[in-house]
Design a protein around this ligand. Structure first.
Ligand code: SAH
Length: 360
């Protein structure tokens, strides 16, 4: 039974089966559920009144029993490179950000899964603000809907990555429900091959994700030995590299898929040739693609980005050992939309970069 006393159901968070069930519990025909989902996910309706092929009394009944939440778009900043950062306000006044990244012939949307983050990574701005709360499935899916509504050509949005604020695998159920609506044919209809969940390394949840979905996995590795990783990522003190890599080795990889390993390069901390060699050893035998992310400066943090020569030398060691290793260009860093720069507030980074963007 999905209907709760005095509590409205958030329909964007229900999957196909549960929507059907909810509709039937109300005594309606099953096809009404399909109609409602069409309106929500294809026509991007924001109210029941827009659902003009449903009778008036039904629209009123739905409005009484259910809610179509939507995030309030506060601001959109556009970077020189075309990256757009969306700031949304949640019903309780908290803020989150989503980042729309232009690629050659399509767009990628980077979603937040939590307001703030509890993982405490030493190099990440989101971590500095601490954990506020988990997002609901509806709030996660609604980021896709609101950004699509703002795009001149929404069909060009093809890729979804859970690389915004928060640790998706620490908010497992809502993230899974959101993924289901993102890839469902009667939902947002994205290909499961175009959805990627990125994690700081919650090994048991990686195993579960592999059992329960067919989406891509990305792992923020950032160090190839426990000592350095303990320092950078507190999660490693309880879930060591050994448990992380063994969960990755067991992760089901259909066809020619690979696991993406993200490695933020930080000067003098994890950028030595020996670190690259350790990485080669750690990932040997894994179908792995390595994304090297030059550290994006965070105000008030004394870590630095290595020189371009050092970054290139690090990459060369990996490529020599036959790994696919690319240096990820930082997109949107002039508007603090690059990896690790999302704070969900108008922080010092925003104020310092006013020249590089305009507001939509
Ligand atoms: N919690 C998840 C999702 C966030 S992804 C995860 O850890 O994977 C955010 C990505 O940005 C991670 O790969 C992280 O390593 C990277 N990142 C964080 N801070 C950064 C910084 N200052 N510069 C460059 N990359 C950073």
């Amino acid at each position: 039974m999905i209907v709760q006393e005095n509590k409205k159901v958030h329909l964007k968070g229900l999957d196909s089966r549960n929507t059907q069930q909810w509709v039937e519990d109300l005594g309606l025909e099953a096809y009404k559920g399909r109609q409602i989902r069409q309106w929500l996910f294809k026509k991007l309706a924001s109210s029941f009144q827009e659902m003009t092929d449903l009778s008036l009394w039904l629209r009123d009944l739905l409005a009484e029993k259910a809610a179509i939440n939507h995030l309030e778009r506060i601001r959109t900043q556009v970077s020189k490179d075309g990256t757009e950062k969306y700031l949304f306000r949640l019903v309780d006044g908290l803020h989150i950000e989503s980042v729309l990244i232009p690629e050659r012939d399509h767009y990628t949307l980077c979603l937040s899964s939590q307001a703030g983050c509890a993982m405490g990574c030493a190099f990440c701005l989101t971590a500095k603000q601490g954990f506020k709360r988990n997002l609901s499935a509806a709030e996660i899916v609604d980021q896709v809907i609101q950004v699509k509504k703002a795009m001149p050509n929404p069909d060009l949005l093809r890729n979804i990555v859970f690389m915004g604020m928060g640790e998706p695998l620490a908010n497992y159920h809502p993230v899974l429900e959101a993924i289901n609506n993102i890839i469902a044919e009667d939902g947002m209809n994205f290909s499961h091959r175009k959805v990627t969940v990125s994690t700081c390394g919650l090994a048991p949840m990686i195993r579960r994700l592999g059992r329960e979905t067919t989406v891509n996995l990305a792992v923020s590795l950032n160090a190839a030995d426990d000592e350095t990783r303990d320092l950078l990522m507190p999660v490693n003190r309880r879930l060591t590299l050994h448990s992380l890599i063994s969960a990755c080795r067991d992760f089901p990889l259909p066809n020619r898929r690979m696991i993406t390993f993200e490695y933020v390069l930080i000067e003098d901390i994890n950028d030595h040739p020996q670190d690259a060699l350790n990485l080669v050893r750690l990932l040997s035998g894994l179908r792995a693609k390595i994304n090297l992310i030059p550290f994006n400066p965070i105000p008030g943090m004394d870590m630095c980005r290595p020189s371009p020569e050092k970054i290139a030398a690090f990459q060369e060691i990996l490529v020599d050992k036959r790994f696919t290793a690319i240096i990820r260009k930082s997109k949107g860093d002039d508007i603090c939309a690059a990896c690790g720069q999302l704070s969900g507030e108008e922080g010092p980074g925003d104020k310092g970069s006013r020249k590089g963007f305009h507001l939509l």
